[in-house]
Every structure is written in structure tokens, then in C-alpha cells.
Design a protein around this ligand. Structure first.
Ligand code: PHE
Length: 449
């Protein structure tokens, strides 16, 4: 119980860690293929709407709850509920986050592993690779019984090592230079794609909304993707908030994190889709999209070996700075609420998530478990659906309801320290807009069935 609760060494360190958590595979691997299967522009528009109108206010809520609670998401939710004389059942919001983060890390690490493998593949060169060959190469890799598991293990091991070292020693150090480097790499790729790819089609695809493509499913995917990309509703941001000191302005921070996060997602889209259209890759091709489209470009461009290797290495780093924030909520729970040694907690949780992740790895391509389907989804798809489309939207909604209706206005004003005007806007968004938006999306999906 009496474990000392560490804090970030500066506001800058916190910002880097939070941006590190937000920017990850969600932006570069998931966003493009979700946008691709969601029909492009309309998905992007709805996604951005959810990021700024629902995501930012919920992020402010999570940061303030974490900072006020100074515990794991479960501990903080229970503690604040008690302070406000509300039901301890609010702790369930924390539980949803911790369990959700555990499910996500189990498959996130598998994709992280694919990224590591592609560092090596890029270093060996993709020269002259056609779209078809790129597809075959990826398909063979994920269908292999051995390598995806080794890479998944490597990715999880790195995550465990960093989380082991704690807030200052581990989390902070990893992010300082590597996030800006990734940003620069993405810019280079966008410039290359603009020159060598079909940039006009990509821009039209991403920014010209065709509202006939909007279905309830597209809408809930955009909502889940917005939460996922901002690392919301899984306890990660709340846990990072608990390592914050009082002098950090939560509103500005949330807005900056969301802007950086969306910028990276859009840049990823602008790097990938020009190649997708120039080489006739299927934009709705699903989780393999980045791994199939970019190697074609790396094979053709000057210095493709260098650019490709660096790109996947930095993507790997971005994934690690996110995966540590996915492991952190459960570790923080065991450490701060159960008094278990941090190192032990990290190892146990990491090992369990690895084991659960093996099932996801084997559900891909033509691998052992790829025939197991639930409602047409493979095992990885089920975990993604459960977290992205159910746990995260519900978690976000209950967080908004909690701060909007069950925590006193005074407490929230104190934590957020906004001007009256800004507070009123925030309050309106968490009390009405966020819960109503999520409810409407849920209703439309249910009726859509
Ligand atoms: N936001 C991360 C990404 O985009 C994933 C993540 C989700 C991390 C939820 C923490 C919590 O890759």
C-alpha cells in the first residue's frame, strides 16, 4: 500500500510521454486501414469530429481524475467516488480500462512484432517489389508458425524492460528524441509519395467526404478509433495523469496531444494512400495495409533501404511508447493497490498478455487458428471489436458522465483551472455532447443490425 507514487520530472516530460502514448500503431497502422475500409473522407471527418468534440474533453476528464486520485485507474475512480459520496461501483470504469488495456496490449504487441520484423526486411531491401509480391510476402510472414511469435515476444520483452524501470528511468527516456524523429520520417515519406505516387487521388480519397459511405458501423469505428488513438478509456491517460503535478494545465495539454496525434494520423494517410492508388493496392485491404503498401515505395525510391529501415524502426519505437502505457494501468493497480513489487507485477502481466497474444498471432493469415471465427471475426478481430467498439466508447461515456454529473462542479473547476467561458464549454461537452454522441452511435449500430 505504501508504495511511493512517482511523478514526471517536468511538464515537457509528461507531454512527451502522453504524445508517445497517443501516437503509435493506432495512427500509422490502424488509422489508414480503418479510413480505407470506411470509405475515406467521411470517416476522416467523423473521426476528427470525435477527436476534438468528444476525445479532448474526455482526455481532460481522465487527466484530472488521475491527478486528483493519485492511484491506479481503479483506485482513483473509487477514491474520488468516495470523496464525492458516490457509489463505489464507479470503480468499474477503472476496471473496464485496466482489463481493456490488457486485451489491447495482447494484440498490440503482435503488430509491434510485425513492425520489428519489417525493420529487418527493409534492411534487406524491397527492390523491385510489385504490389502482388508485397502482399504475398506479408501473407507468408503472418502465416509462419515461428517468426511472428518470436517478434511478439521481443516486442513484449522490450515493453516489460522499460515499464520495469518506472516513470522517470524508463518511460521518459524512451520518448525524448524518437518521437520528433518519427515525425520527420513521415514528412519525408509524404513528400516522396507526393512526387512519386498518386497524390491527387489520395487527397480526394482522404478529404472529400462521400456521405453515402457513412453507415452505423463506420461511425462506431470512427468513434472507437478516436478513443484508441488518443489512448482514452483504457486507463492509460488516467494513469499518466496520476504521475502529474498540480502546475500542469490540463486543457492545453489535452488539446496539444490531440493535435499532434491527428497530425500524425493524417500524415500517415498522406504517405500511404498515394502509393496505394498508384500501385493498385486495395485501400480496404485491412490490417496489412501499411505492410503491403509502403514496401513497394521503399523498393522504388532512392535510398529506400535506409528510409524503409528507419521508418519501421521509428514506428517500432512509437509502438513501444504506446505499449508501455498499455501495460502501465494494470501494473499500477498491482503496485499501488495491492502492494506488489513493481518488477514482479510487470513480469506477470507482461507474460500473461504475451500468452493471450499468441492466440491473436496464430489467428492471422493462414496460421493455425485462422479458421476460428466469431461472427465472422478472427481472434484478433474479436479483441479489437470488443475493445474498440464496446469497452472504449462505454468507458469514455461513463467517464464523461462521472465528471459531468457525479463529481461536484467545484472539484472539476479546481482541477481544470479554466477560464469561466472555457469551463462552460467543457462542461457542456462532457455533460451532454459526449454521452449523447456515444449513445446515438450505439443505438444506430444496434438498429443497423
Ligand atoms: N494510442 C495508441 C496508438 O495509437 C494505442 C493506445 C490505446 C495506447 C489505448 C494506450 C491506450 O497506437
Amino acid at each position: 500500500m505504501a508504495v511511493k507514487h512517482e511523478h514526471w520530472s517536468s511538464r515537457w516530460a509528461f507531454m512527451l510521454a502522453a504524445v508517445g502514448s497517443a501516437v503509435g500503431l493506432g495512427n500509422i497502422w490502424k488509422f489508414p486501414y480503418e479510413a480505407g475500409s470506411g470509405g475515406g473522407g467521411a470517416f476522416v471527418l467523423i473521426y476528427l469530429f470525435f477527436i476534438f468534440v468528444v476525445g479532448v474533453p474526455v482526455m481532460m476528464a481522465e487527466l484530472s481524475l488521475g491527478r486528483r486520485g493519485q492511484m491506479s485507474p481503479i483506485g482513483s475512480m473509487k477514491k474520488i467516488a468516495a470523496e464525492e459520496k458516490r457509489s463505489p461501483l464507479w470503480g468499474l470504469v477503472g476496471w473496464g480500462g485496466v482489463v481493456g488495456a490488457f486485451i489491447v496490449i495482447s494484440f498490440y504487441s503482435v503488430i509491434g512484432g510485425w513492425t520489428l520484423a519489417y525493420v529487418v526486411k527493409s534492411a534487406m531491401g524491397f527492390a523491385g517489389m510489385t504490389a502482388e509480391q508485397a502482399g504475398v510476402e506479408f501473407g507468408e510472414f503472418i502465416s509462419d508458425p515461428f517468426w511472428p511469435i518470436i517478434c511478439h515476444a521481443a516486442f513484449m520483452a522490450i515493453t516489460i524492460l522499460i515499464v520495469n524501470k518506472g516513470v522517470k528511468g524508463g518511460l521518459e527516456k524512451a520518448v525524448t528524441y524518437l518521437m520528433p524523429a518519427l515525425f520527420v520520417m513521415l514528412l519525408i515519406l509524404v513528400i516522396y509519395a507526393a512526387v512519386a505516387g498518386d497524390f491527387a487521388s489520395a487527397v480526394e480519397f482522404l478529404f472529400y467526404p462521400d456521405f453515402s459511405k457513412v453507415t452505423p458501423d463506420v461511425t462506431i469505428n470512427a468513434l472507437g478509433q478516436a478513443f484508441f488513438s488518443l489512448s482514452l478509456a483504457l486507463g492509460s491517460i488516467m494513469t499518466y495523469g496520476s504521475y502529474l503535478s498540480k502546475d500542469v494545465h490540463l486543457g492545453k495539454s489535452a488539446f496539444t496531444i490531440a493535435s499532434a496525434d491527428s497530425a500524425v494520423a493524417l500524415l500517415a494517410g498522406l504517405a500511404i494512400f498515394p502509393i496505394v492508388f498508384a500501385f493498385n493496392v486495395d485501400p480496404a485491404g485491412g490490417p496489412g495495409l501499411v505492410f503491403v503498401s509502403l514496401p513497394i515505395a521503399f523498393g522504388e525510391m532512392p535510398f529506400g533501404v535506409v528510409v524503409g529501415t528507419l521508418f519501421f524502426a521509428l514506428l517500432g519505437v512509437a509502438a513501444i511508447t504506446s505499449s508501455i502505457s498499455l501495460l502501465e494501468p494494470s501494473v499500477s493497480y498491482l503496485e499501488h493497490s495491492k502492494g506488489i513489487d513493481r518488477k514482479k507485477a510487470t513480469l506477470w502481466i507482461g507474460a500473461a498478455a504475451f500468452a493471450l497474444g499468441v492466440l491473436s498471432a496464430y489467428s492471422q493469415g493462414g496460421n493455425f487458428l485462422s479458421d476460428i471465427r466469431f461472427f465472422g471475426l478472427d481472434i484478433m478481430g474479436v479483441k479489437d471489436y470488443l475493445t474498440n467498439n464496446i469497452i472504449m466508447p462505454l468507458g469514455g461515456m461513463f467517464t464523461a458522465l462521472f465528471v459531468g454529473w457525479f463529481v461536484s462542479r467545484k472539484t472539476m473547476m479546481e482541477e481544470l483551472a479554466l477560464t469561466d467561458e472555457s469551463f462552460r464549454i467543457w462542461y457542456f461537452l462532457v455533460r451532454f455532447i459526449a454521452p449523447v454522441a456515444v449513445t446515438l452511435v450505439f443505438i444506430s449500430v444496434t438498429i443497423g443490425f
